[in-house]
Each structure stands twice: as C-alpha cells, then as structure tokens.
Ligand binder design. Structure first.
Ligand SMILES: Cc1cc2nc3c(=O)[nH]c(=O)nc-3n(C[C@H](O)[C@H](O)[C@H](O)COP(=O)(O)OP(=O)(O)OC[C@H]3O[C@@H](n4cnc5c(N)ncnc54)[C@H](O)[C@@H]3O)c2cc1C
Ligand code: FES
Length: 270
C-alpha cells in the first residue's frame, strides 16, 4: 500500500527562478486527495521527499510545484517530460472545507498546496481573497496562474514582493490588517515560511481569526511510524500538515522557533 507507484512525467512548466511544476497521473492519489494533503515523491537514485499537491485535475491528473533547494529537489527540477518518478499517498490531514468568505495567504512555494483550495472556492462560487508574497517578481511562483484565475475579480488577488518588483513592496503580513478589516472571514488558510506563519498566527489570536496553517517538519516514512516529524505532541505526517489555531496554541513554544534536521537535532528557525 505504501510502495511508490511509478509514473511518467507528462508536462513541466517553469513557474519562477528554480521553481517548476511537474504534471503526472495517479488514479489512487487523485481519487482520495483533498487540498492540503501531501504525497511522497521518489526520485530514482536520489531520495524520497514530501511534496504538497498544486494541481488536482480531471482524469487523475496531478501536479507538484518544486523549488530547487538541495540534492533531491534539484534533481526533480532537472527531470524532463517522459522521465519517471515514484509517488505514494495522499497522506496527512488537509484543509477544512471553505466557508462563504475565505482568506488564503501563501509565501513563495508555500502557495502550492493552496492552489487547489483556491480553485475549489472558485468552483463552488464562494468568496476568496488571495495574498501571495515573494522576494521578487522572478522568484515568486503562480503570479500568472492566479492572475488568470482572478481575471474577472482582480480585487481578490494581491501580490507583495520584498524588493517591490511586482505589486506591493513589503511582506504579505503588511497587508493583513487592511484586508481583514474590510471582511468577515469564515476561514483563513496559510502556508509558507514558518516565521511568516507565526506572525499570521499572532495576528489571528489578536483578531480571533479562524486560522489553519500547513507546517513542514522532517518527513521520512510519511505514515506516522518513524517519529521524525514530531512538533510538540503532533506528527506532521498524520495529525498535520494542516493545523488549526487551537492546535497551534499547544505548540506555541516550538512553532516558529525550532525545527529538527534528519538526525533529530534541534535547529533554531530565527
Ligand atoms: C508536508 C510537506 C510538504 C512540502 N511541500 C513542498 C512543495 O510543495 N514544494 C517544495 O518545493 N517543497 C515542499 N516541501 C519541502 C521539501 O520536501 C524539501 O524542500 C525537500 O525535501 C528538500 O530536499 P533536498 O534534498 O532538495 O534538500 P536538502 O538539502 O536535503 O534540504 C534542504 C531543506 O529541506 C529540508 N528537508 C530535506 N529533506 C526533507 C524531508 N524529507 N522532509 C522535510 N523537509 C526536508 C531540510 O531540513 C532543509 O531545510 C514540503 C515539505 C513538507 C514536510
Ligand atoms: S514521517 Fe515518520 S512519523 Fe511522520
């Protein structure tokens, strides 16, 4: 059941500098996955790593969006159409169903698992405001994809870049107050760098926002057995990767403060 299934890469799109979206088909994952769950991707001869799913399409079509940050992700980004990868999953707990008015906040590649959620909101005709943050225009994925989704309602999608090369100059968190004061959000979803998520969490506590965030920890087995992905009392691969605000309160000493490497050593996030 947890053996990777080999599948062919159907299509590759470049999203931004060092960030690619890789399309493939897997019936088993596509039949069960909900936005926010993750899969394990095996790169032949290299490693197996966790990835969010950035596209849940028709006829079992799926995609992952990969940022090259090390050996496995660099190899994934160098693969070509027709090459093979192995996939297993879906694993973990995804985002809860959208409400009537939703806020989605993504930082860089962290927007990947939020794209299918945004598409679900659009399909269901519920309101969705999207904030996408990145370092600069050429390092921020999904600007084109989201602009095309929001063609008819441009006010619902805003981009921030740290260097001001696109959209608002600054951080996504700079725009939070403005957007929250204009809306009554039933759900707020976020994924991205953990320090950004911690800021959003602090703000959500203050404003009593119904926040859910997707967190990352070192994942080996993906199925709750090896213990490498613990954050406080939770295994990210089973109880996460999506956590609700009441659960974040229980891990406030570690969330945004500490993570662990492959050997289990504590690493400061600051
Ligand atoms: C639930 C989840 C979903 C993810 N979704 C995406 C995604 O959609 N797109 C994307 O680009 N990245 C995603 N990641 C991060 C991705 O798994 C790591 O960037 C990747 O494993 C790095 O491997 P590497 O060999 O290229 O780099 P390394 O040089 O091995 O590591 C670079 C960084 O990635 C972390 N990392 C390495 N291996 C793992 C692992 N097995 N589990 C968790 N972190 C690891 C390291 O701690 C280090 O901080 C996700 C991680 C998790 C936990
Ligand atoms: S990755 Fe093994 S318990 Fe979560």
């Amino acid at each position: 059941m947890h053996t990777p299934r080999v599948c062919k890469i159907l299509k590759i799109e470049s999203e931004a500098e060092n960030i690619k979206t890789i399309y493939f088909k897997d019936r088993r994952i596509s039949r069960r996955i909900v936005p926010g769950q993750f899969i394990m991707v095996w790169i032949p001869g290299v490693d197996e790593i966790p990835m969010g799913v950035s596209h849940i399409g028709l006829n079992s079509e799926l995609a992952i969006t990969v940022e090259a940050v090390g050996e496995a992700t660099e190899r994934l980004c160098s693969l070509k159409e027709g090459d093979v990868i192995g996939v297993r999953g879906p694993y973990g707990r995804g985002f809860s169903n959208p409400g009537l008015n939703n806020l989605v906040i993504g930082g860089g590649t962290g927007m990947a698992p939020l794209i299918p959620l945004i598409e679900l909101c659009v399909r269901e005709g519920v309101k969705v405001n999207v904030l996408l943050g990145g370092r600069s225009l050429n390092r921020t994925p999904f600007i084109e994809k989201l602009s095309s989704i929001f063609k008819s309602t441009p006010s619902s999608f805003r981009v921030t870049t740290e260097d001001g090369s696109y959209g608002y100059r600054g951080l996504v968190t700079d725009l939070l107050e403005e957007i929250v004061l204009k809306n009554n959000f039933e759900r707020v979803y976020a994924c991205g760098p953990e320090l950004m998520l911690r800021k959003i969490y602090e703000y959500s506590i203050e404003r009593k926002l119904p926040l859910e965030v997707s967190l990352e920890r070192y994942i080996k087995c993906g199925v709750g057995v090896c213990g490498s992905c613990y954050i406080g009392p939770y295994r990210v691969c089973v109880e996460g990767p999506v956590f609700k605000i009441n659960e974040l309160e229980k891990i406030r000493d570690v969330f945004g403060e500490w993570t662990r490497d492959a050997a289990g050593r504590l690493i400061s996030l600051k």
